[in-house]
Write a protein of this length. Structure first.
Length: 440
């Protein structure tokens, strides 16, 4: 494989491609995962959690756009924190970003395998997931324009399918289904449901990681980011109301055997059109595009994040090499894939989602602090876009993210320990080896 030390990435992305990436990173959250929060909080508990998470993501997205437009680098939050708060904070932010982008794809890959298994029961879920990893690693290595074009096409199909789902199910909506056992665990259920509300939007910040490959980052990032978050908010509300409204929340959480399900939309659709209709099978087939869009998009962003980590000297030198022909972070993609497959082998989808969310919230907190510090530290920095309602917007995002991470730690003590253990061990390694390498 022809690789070189050159770390320059090819500029090929347009605003429409950025919209496709932004929506694509996230859209799998509409197809699976969020429904598991209903078991924690019921309809009302998850709805309240989702409302605050929507506020978090709207304020965060426009705040993050300011950083991405001012500092358009592939490292995203790692580059922002490094500049605002120093190398230690940069490492912590970059590691949180790596955890998010490496842990989220295995959960999605497992869901892809599960969807395939519904269509072709003879195929093994795990082997499908591994095959998907290999296929999309090769696509991402081939070139960013091809990867982004593919992402745009499948994202468009996934959005259309969600709209079809809403059109078919909403005529059967009954308000009583939203009210039934709507708040089973009281206020505690709101906090317990937070990670699943976050899963609706997890990953949109990945748009910043392709800033170096954007034709005109100072203008195009805002267009891509802004239209993506607005699209996702509309799809979130439609999917939530339509899926629960046809039969109540229990009907899209538990399968006939009483087990937790990763297929809420097919379960809701089956109540309306039956399990053998053309529409039901279309949902299964096209629903795969939503999962593939997020899986592929997060792999794309994760490769850029790992590449930037390597360029800074915080990861082995092999990660900083770019393919000489395709100008893609081939080594970083391969390393992320190997780690992702190992995570996939645990088979613990809920736990993997939660650890990815811990990474995301840590990223959001450090990013908002970096924005505020840079406003004071570098007032002369050229900012083609400034977040509206500053400092309210980043402060609101910061407060909600802090409350969310503490609530998640309270309800997921062991997973919080695992997340912070990964961070602590990697930070200790960074302090030991980075200092030595820089001194030599």
């Amino acid at each position: 494989m022809c690789l070189e030390e050159n770390s320059k990435l090819k500029k090929a992305l347009t605003p429409l491609m950025l919209w496709g990436l932004g929506v694509g990173y996230v859209i799998s959250g509409m197809y699976f995962g969020w429904n598991l929060g209903l078991e924690k909080g019921g309809t009302l508990g998850l709805a309240i959690a989702t409302f605050f998470i929507i506020v978090l993501y709207v304020t965060f997205t426009f705040s993050y756009s300011e950083l991405a437009c001012a500092i358009p680098k592939a490292g995203g939050v790692f580059d922002y924190a490094d500049r605002a708060l120093g190398k230690d904070a940069g490492f912590v932010a970059g590691m949180a970003q790596n955890i998010e982008f490496i842990f989220a794809p295995p959960a999605i890959a497992f869901a892809i395998g599960a969807y395939f298994n519904l269509i072709f029961p003879q195929l093994d879920i795990l082997w499908i997931a591994i095959a998907v990893y290999i296929l999309f690693t090769l696509l991402n290595m081939y070139g960013v324009k091809a990867a982004a074009t593919f992402e745009l096409i499948i994202t468009f199909l996934a959005v259309v399918e969600l709209l079809v789902f809403a059109v078919v199910t909403l005529p059967h909506f009954q308000i009583e289904n939203l009210k039934s056992n709507a708040f089973p665990n009281g206020c505690a259920g709101i906090f317990a449901a937070l990670p699943f509300a976050i899963w609706f939007f997890l990953g949109i910040e990945g748009v910043a990681n392709v800033a170096e490959e954007t034709v005109n980052p100072q203008k195009d990032i805002l267009k891509g980011f802004g239209t993506a978050i607005l699209t996702l908010v509309v799809l979130c509300v439609l999917t939530f109301v339509a899926a629960i409204g046809v039969g109540g929340w229990q009907a899209i959480v538990f399968d006939p055997a009483g087990a937790m399900s990763d297929s809420p939309l097919p379960m809701a659709m089956a109540q309306v059109v039956g399990g053998n209709s053309i529409l039901f099978h279309m949902l299964l087939t096209v629903g795969l595009f939503g999962l593939v869009a997020s899986f592929h998009g997060l792999m794309l962003a994760g490769g850029r994040s790992t590449l930037e980590f390597g360029k800074a000297g915080y990861a082995p030198q092999i990660t900083r090499k770019v393919h000489s022909k395709f100008q893609t972070p081939a080594n970083a993609l391969l390393i992320n894939t190997l780690i992702g497959i190992l995570i996939l082998l645990t088979g613990k989808t809920t736990e993997i989602i939660t650890i990815a969310v811990f990474g995301a919230l840590t990223l959001y907190i450090i990013a908002m602090v970096s924005l505020i510090v840079l406003r004071k530290k570098e007032p002369q920095l050229h900012r083609p876009f400034k977040v509206p309602f500053y400092p309210l917007s980043p402060l609101l995002a910061l407060v909600i993210a802090v409350i969310s991470i503490f609530a998640m730690a309270y309800y997921n003590l062991m997973l919080a320990f695992i997340f912070f253990a990964i961070h602590s061990i990697s930070f200790a390694g960074y302090k030991l080896f980075y200092k030595k390498s820089s001194a030599s």
